[in-house]
Write a protein that binds this ligand. Structure first.
Ligand SMILES: Nc1ncnc2c1ncn2[C@@H]1O[C@H](COP(=O)(O)OP(=O)(O)OP(=O)(O)O)[C@@H](O)[C@H]1O
Length: 241
């Protein structure tokens, strides 16, 4: 039977009486790439914060690996890339990777090979020993992604990972995400890029506090009689105005 990695159960969250999540429930099985889409401000990052335990739900539960979050012990097995890069600017990319890798519990001995692997994934080799403060925005995104992937975590949570990343590298990153999925890793990714929403196993669309569509891209396109996820998204928005 498929193993649930993420379980959101009846999750609600408001900020200053503004209901952002209204009794959300879904399950993400092991080895699935779930794409979370929705307009700006729909609550995608809020779901991630509840999932990681850095925000508290008003009601309901977020469970990861069968443990109710927050649970600090699980964080070593979750790779997280936030929307805003949180990097040590005065250190080099390599020093950042070593620091975060060690925090994740990678041994000193294994650090060099782990750093090399994730650096290749994001194509950051040449800049690795330069100070992060000299990086472009896209390079910082790539370093943040490498940090999320270091240590080979079972669950990878990426909040708009390909913003500012050129098309060739974007394709390379998606190939890597599919490779990780094939190895059994579970990936939750938020995106505004509708082409990317075609590449996931399941798309969940967040609108007005609800998950209004949550299915494979193919099934959603069939259901709405359209040939792209972008068109599904527009139809669902139109229906729920
Ligand atoms: N800590 C907070 N305090 C007050 N309001 C918040 C807080 N965090 C999020 N919000 C509000 O909750 C709503 C959802 O925000 P969230 O960042 O989850 O949306 P999003 O779908 O990730 O948006 P985007 O696609 O623009 O990143 C927004 O209206 C936002 O202003």
């Amino acid at each position: 039977m498929d193993k649930p990695v993420i379980q959101l159960h009846d999750l609600s969250k408001s900020f200053n009486k503004h209901v952002v999540l209204d009794h959300i429930s879904t399950t993400v099985e092991e080895g699935t790439i779930l794409g979370l889409i929705g307009p700006s401000g729909a609550g995608k990052s809020t779901i991630i914060q509840l999932l990681l335990g850095s925000e508290t739900a008003d009601s309901g539960t977020a469970t990861v690996f069968n443990q109710v979050m927050p649970n600090r012990e699980l964080l070593g097995n979750i790779g997280y890339m936030a929307q805003n890069d949180s990097l040590y600017e005065q250190q080099s990319g390599r020093e950042n990777l070593i620091f975060f890798g060690r925090m994740k519990g990678i041994t000193k001995q294994d650090i060099p090979s782990s750093v090399e692997h994730v650096t290749n994934v994001v194509n950051l080799g040449d800049a690795l020993d330069k100070r992060v403060s000299t990086y472009s925005g896209g390079m910082k995104r790539r370093l943040s992604l490498a940090i999320a992937l270091i240590g080979n975590p079972d669950l990878i949570v990426l909040d708009e990972p390909t913003v500012g990343i050129d098309p060739a590298l974007r394709r390379h990153i998606w190939q890597e995400l599919h490779r990780l999925k094939a190895e059994g890793h579970t990936i939750l990714v938020t995106t505004h890029v509708m082409d990317e929403a075609e590449l996931v196993d399941r798309v969940a669309m967040l609108l007005n506090g609800h998950l209004l569509a949550d299915d494979t891209p193919e099934k959603l396109k069939n259901k709405y009689h359209v040939n792209s996820i972008e068109a599904v998204f527009l139809k669902v928005e139109e229906e729920n105005k």
